[in-house]
Design a protein around this ligand. Structure first.
Ligand code: ZN
Length: 135
């Protein structure tokens, strides 16, 4: 498997507008898009740093994954996404190597990219996402 770069870092926030204000006013970044991914019950604000995005994630339903995460752990880094070519091959390679997957097949993530999550139990406690590298 060949990871080209960190595609994005997903950060769980309780209030998207407050968090956007911090990233824009205090860190001087610019939010270039906001998108709702109904499937994952999140609203996402995107920032670009080099070729890596920051995704601020706010839950749209209390029972969504981000809602539950914040309830348990509070705001903070939720997952890290690695860009890979041939994501389907990567998933079978990981599975063959005994890595537990949350998604055995890809699903559509933000910005229409194919993504899949690995089980944090297999990854030293980190929720890792693999994300198709379109470039
Ligand atoms: Zn992500």
């Amino acid at each position: 498997m060949n990871i080209s770069h960190i595609e994005h870092i997903g950060i769980a926030v309780s209030n998207l507008n407050d968090a956007i204000k911090f990233y824009e006013d205090k860190l001087g970044l610019k939010c270039y898009s906001i998108e709702e991914v109904k499937d994952q019950k999140v609203k996402i604000a995107f920032f670009m740093i080099g070729q890596t995005k920051i995704e601020l994630l706010e839950t749209t339903e209390p029972d969504g994954a981000i809602g539950k995460f914040i309830e348990k752990k509070g705001e903070g880094i939720h997952h890290i996404a690695f860009a890979v070519k041939e994501i389907k091959d990567v998933l079978s390679e990981l599975e063959n190597n005994g890595v537990q997957l949350i998604d055995k097949t890809t699903r559509k993530g933000a910005e229409g990219l194919d993504i899949a999550f690995l089980n944090p139990k297999s990854a030293h406690g980190v929720l890792i996402e693999v994300c198709e590298d379109k470039k």
